[in-house]
Design a protein around this ligand. Sequence first.
Ligand code: TMP
Ligand code: MG
Length: 214
Amino acid sequence: AATAGAPRGAFILFEGVDRSGKSTQAAKLVEALNAQGTRAELWRFPDRKGTVTGKAIDEYLSATAAAVSSSGTGGTEGGKSGAGLSDQAIHMMFSANRWEKSRALLEALQQGVTLVVDRYAYSGVAYTAAKRVPGCGVAWCKAPDTGLPAPDVTLWMALPPGAAAARGGFGGERYEEAGFQEQVRGVFAEVRDSSFVDVDASGSVEEVHQRASC
Ligand code: TMP
Ligand code: MG
């Protein structure tokens, strides 16, 4: 039940390509909000642990390059049923992963908790549409997320092309490849909406934190 009289919490979303600093900045923002007496929680998508879809998504993302090149076959790899999911099926999994958490998300906001969220539906659209699979354009990609709770603000971690890849530290997960990341960035630019606010994500962790928290 909603806490009587409590103002609704804010839904603050971080979006950006891999290695743009979202996770670091989201964690720092939660810390700062709690320190100033605002109840805040860090959420992230995909939610790999507290969901039915999380395990398949985790298997899909950690599958090897060999599995990537055979994606679309719907086959399996090493008994990990998530690894060989088609592009369409994994897209639905990512969306379902958000829907699995949508009720809890709304409840937390109603109880006055501010949610700082690391990736959401914009990532869902950007990563799938960037694959340029015939029939899976932006409109198709957006459809399963229609009706999800919407963020109050989307902090876009803005970096010049190539800067995220230059940071290194791509961990070998699927999608962590410079060329593909540039395609992802292009779709983000196409699907950004009025919730987007650009945060200059270059410079030190502390510098970016100051920009992200004003
Ligand atoms: P992470 O690096 O933030 O843990 O996210 C894992 C990967 O999943 C990342 O490359 C972006 C991708 N992704 C999608 O493809 N679709 C989605 O809906 C989400 C939330 C993430
Ligand atoms: Mg990643």
